[in-house]
Design a protein around this ligand. Structure first.
Ligand code: PRX
Length: 651
C-alpha cells in the first residue's frame, strides 16, 4: 500500500445531502449495469430524443473472427434535435452558451437555446445549399467561439460528419487530416485569438490546401472574427455571413441511424500518422449525456465550464454534446489561464457564477506555481464541484486544487477516459464515491476494467498492470476512419477478447484505479497526445538529420515533455542554432503543440542487433536514471549507451 492509498476525501455532508447519487444508488446502478446491460442501457437511452426508439440495445463481440460493436442499431435520431429542438419549449430562453472572449474587456455573450437553434439551422441550410450531404465530411478549424459548437451541430443536423482540427495544428497536420477523410468543405475564421495574440487560421487553411491530397475540398467558409486581412480565393472561398445570414431559420433534421457516423477526431497512436477515431450517433450521445449528468451531479441551474478546446474530445463531449443534450448552460472560453494574468480562470468563474469547473492537471500545476494570491483575490463562492481530465493528477496538485481553488468545499472528480472511449469511464461519482488524491477511483456503470500482465493474464486484487476493458459501453469508438482493420489491430489484438487502452495502472486494496500513464509510444504533453513516431518523422524530414528517436520524460508543468535524440548527417555539427532550427521545424511541421523540451545530439542510437531502437533505455537516460537501464545484453553496440549517458550528465 502506498502512503496515498489511505488519504481519503469524502464529499462534504452538505454536498452529499443534495447529490443526485449516493453510495447505495451508485452501487445498485453498477450491479444492474453489469448483470443486465441490455436492460440498463436500454433505460439510459431514454434520456435522448429518438425519432425511432431502438428495440435492439447491444450487439457486441470483441472476438477477432466475429468482431462487432453496435449499440441501439435499429434506433433513429438526430443529435442536434436532442441538443436543441427538444429544449425549445421548456428551455427556449435559457442560456445554452455563455461566451467569454479572450480579452476580458470585450463583452461576453449569452446565447439562448432558441438563438442557438436558429444559428444551427441557418448554417445547416447553408451547408445543404453548398452541396453537403449526409455522410460527407466537413472540416472545422475555428477558434474557441460559439460558432465552433454551431458548426458541429449544423453538420449533425444534416448528417454530415464533422472533423474538428485543433487551432494549434499547422498546415501539414490540417492537410493530412483533410486528405485522410476527404472532406468537401472547411469552416474556418480569418484569425483566432489566444492570450492577446492572433492565430492565422485562414492562412493556415490556404497553406494546407496547397498540399497534396486536399483536392476534395470544394468550399471554404470563412467567418469574420478578428477582422484581420485574408486572401479570398474565389470561387472556393465564401464569407460565412454572406452565405448563412439569409438562410431560413428552421431546417429539417436528417434521420440518422444510431450507428451512422457523427464525427471523426484524429488522435495520435504509437505508430504512423494520427488515426481518425470514428464515433457514431446514438451510443455516443446517450453516453456523453448520461456521464455528464452523473459525474457532474448536474442540476438545472448549473453553469458548467469545461476549459478544454473543442479541437479535443473533451470539448466535443463535455462542452458541446453532453451539456447541450442535457439542456445545461455551457461556457465557451476563448482565452488561456495565464492572460492577462493568472487570475483569469477564477475571475471568469466569479463573473459567470460558474458552479462546475472542469480543467486539466497541467493548468492546475501551472497556476499552483503562481501561488495562492491570484486565486484568493477572487471569491469562487459559486463553485460546488471541480473536475480534472487528460493526465494523471499528482496528489500535490490535487490538494491545492481542493483546498485553495475549492476552499475545501468542492469534491473533485478525477475523470479517466480517452478519445476512443467517447466519454468518462473511471471517475468518482460525487457524493457516492470518496476521493483519493491522484486516483480516478472506480469504474462507472457498465464499465468493466481489468489489469493484465504482459501475456494478457488477468491480475486480481491490489496489483499493477496494463489497463484493459472487458466489455463495451455505448460511447466506444466504432472504427478508425477508412481503416477498420487498423482499429481491430490497434485495440483488440494485443490482448484477445479485450480492449487495450494503452495505459498502465495500479489498483489498490480498495479496488481504486490509479492510472500511471501510457505504456506505448504515445507522450502525454499537457494532456495532449503526441505520437513519438510523428515527432521523429518531422525531425528526419529536416535535411540535416540522419536519424531521431523521441521519448517522453517527466516535466513539472506539462506532466510529460518531449525528449529528442538526434543523429545528424555526416559532416554536420550540432549547435545551439541547429537545435533551435530543428525545434522550429517540428513546430512548423506538426504545430506549436509539438515543442521539443530537450534535444540531445546522439552520435548513435541504442539498437538491438536486428536494428530496433531500444526506447526503454532512451527513456531511462532521459529521466536521468542511468542506474535503471535494465538488461542491455541485446544491444548491438553497448558503447552507444555509455556515451549518451555521459552526454546527458554534462547537460
Ligand atoms: O493516458 C491517459 C490520459 O490521457 C489519455 C487519453 O488521451 P486523449 O485521447 O487525448 O483524451 C484526453 C481526454 C479524455 C489516456 O490514455 N488520461 C486521460 N485522463 C486521465 C488520464 N490519465 C490519468 N488520469 C486521468 N484522469
Amino acid at each position: 500500500m502506498s502512503d496515498h492509498d489511505a488519504d481519503i476525501y469524502p464529499a462534504s455532508a452538505e454536498f452529499s445531502a443534495m447529490a443526485r447519487r449516493n453510495k447505495t444508488v451508485s452501487q445498485a446502478d453498477y450491479v444492474a449495469s453489469v448483470a443486465d446491460p441490455d436492460a440498463f442501457w436500454g433505460k439510459v437511452a431514454e434520456r435522448v430524443e429518438w425519432l425511432r426508439k431502438p428495440t435492439k440495445i447491444r450487439n457486441v463481440s470483441y472476438q477477432l473472427d466475429d468482431f462487432r460493436i453496435k449499440w441501439y442499431e435499429d434506433g433513429e435520431l438526430n443529435a442536434s434535435v436532442s441538443c436543441l429542438d427538444r429544449h425549445l419549449v421548456t428551455r427556449g430562453d435559457k442560456p445554452a452558451i455563455i461566451f467569454e472572449p479572450d480579452d476580458p474587456n470585450t463583452p461576453s455573450q449569452t446565447i439562448t437555446y432558441r438563438e442557438l437553434y436558429v444559428r444551427v439551422c441557418k448554417l445547416a441550410n447553408a451547408l445543404r445549399n453548398l452541396g453537403v450531404k449526409k455522410g460527407d465530411r466537413v472540416t472545422i478549424y475555428l477558434p474557441m467561439i460559439p460558432d465552433a459548437a454551431v458548426a458541429m451541430l449544423a453538420c449533425a443536423r444534416i448528417g454530415a460528419v464533422h472533423m474538428v482540427v485543433f487551432g494549434g495544428f499547422a498546415p501539414n497536420s490540417i492537410a493530412d487530416r483533410i486528405a485522410d477523410c476527404g472532406s468537401k468543405l472547411v469552416i474556418t475564421a480569418d484569425e483566432g485569438r489566444r492570450g492577446g495574440k492572433t492565430v492565422p487560421l485562414k492562412a493556415n487553411v490556404d497553406a494546407a490546401l496547397k498540399l497534396p491530397g486536399t483536392n476534395s475540398v470544394e468550399t471554404v467558409l470563412v467567418l469574420r472574427h478578428t477582422g484581420g486581412a485574408v486572401d479570398m480565393q474565389m470561387p472556393r472561398d465564401r464569407w460565412f455571413d454572406a452565405v448563412v445570414d439569409s438562410q431560413p431559420d428552421t431546417c429539417e433534421p436528417e434521420r440518422m441511424n444510431a450507428e451512422d457516423p457523427l464525427f471523426i477526431l484524429y488522435t495520435s497512436g504509437s505508430t504512423g500518422k494520427p488515426k481518425g477515431v470514428l464515433h457514431t450517433t446514438g451510443g455516443y450521445l446517450v453516453f456523453v449525456s448520461y456521464t455528464h449528468e452523473l459525474i457532474f451531479d448536474l442540476r438545472e441551474d448549473d453553469i458548467f465550464w469545461c476549459t478544454a478546446d473543442v479541437g479535443w474530445v473533451t470539448g466535443h463531449s463535455y462542452i458541446v454534446y453532453g451539456p447541450l443534450a442535457n439542456g445545461a448552460t455551457t461556457v465557451i472560453f476563448e482565452g488561456i489561464p495565464s492572460w492577462p494574468d493568472s487570475s483569469r480562470f477564477w475571475q471568469v468563474i466569479d463573473k459567470h457564477k460558474v458552479t462546475i469547473f472542469y480543467t486539466a492537471p497541467t493548468a492546475i500545476r501551472a497556476l499552483m506555481r503562481e501561488g495562492d494570491a491570484p486565486v484568493k483575490r477572487t471569491s469562487r463562492a459559486s463553485l460546488r464541484l471541480l473536475g480534472s481530465v487528460g493526465e494523471p493528477i499528482n496528489p500535490e496538485a490535487w490538494r491545492w486544487y481542493y483546498t485553495v481553488v475549492g476552499d475545501s468545499r468542492c469534491p473533485i472528480v478525477d475523470t479517466w477516459w480517452q478519445t476512443e472511449t467517447g466519454g468518462i469511464l473511471i471517475s468518482p461519482v460525487p457524493g457516492a464515491v470518496d476521493a483519493k488524491p491522484g486516483s480516478a477511483t472506480l469504474p462507472l456503470p457498465g464499465v468493466q476494467p481489468a489489469l493484465v500482465d504482459a501475456n494478457g493474464a488477468i491480475l486480481d486484487g491490489a496489483t499493477e498492470g496494463n489497463l484493459v476493458l472487458l466489455d463495451s459501453w455505448p460511447g466506444q469508438m466504432r472504427s478508425v476512419y477508412g481503416d477498420h482493420q487498423r482499429f481491430i489491430d490497434t485495440y483488440f489484438k494485443t490482448y484477445p477478447g479485450m480492449y487495450f487502452t494503452g495505459d498502465g495502472c495500479r489498483r489498490d486494496a480498495d479496488g481504486y484505479y490509479w492510472i500511471t500513464g501510457r505504456v506505448d509510444d504515445v507522450i502525454n504533453v499537457s494532456g495532449h497526445r503526441i505520437g513519438t513516431a510523428e515527432v521523429e518523422s518531422a525531425l528526419v524530414s529536416h535535411p540535416k538529420v540522419a536519424e531521431a528517436a523521441v521519448v517522453g520524460f517527466p516535466h513539472d508543468i506539462k506532466g510529460q515533455g518531449i525528449y529528442a535524440y538526434v543523429t545528424l548527417k555526416d559532416g554536420v555539427d550540432g549547435s545551439d542554432e541547429l537545435q533551435k532550427e530543428l525545434n522550429t521545424h517540428v513546430r512548423k511541421e506538426i504545430g506549436p503543440i509539438a515543442t521539443i523540451d530537450h534535444l540531445q545530439w546522439a552520435p548513435g542510437l541504442p539498437k538491438t542487433r536486428s536494428g530496433k531502437i531500444m526506447r526503454r533505455i532512451l527513456r531511462k537516460i532521459a529521466e536521468n536514471a542511468p542506474d535503471q537501464l535494465g538488461d542491455t545484453s541485446t544491444l548491438a553496440d553497448p558503447t552507444v549507451v555509455a556515451s549518451l549517458v555521459a552526454e546527458r550528465k554534462v547537460q
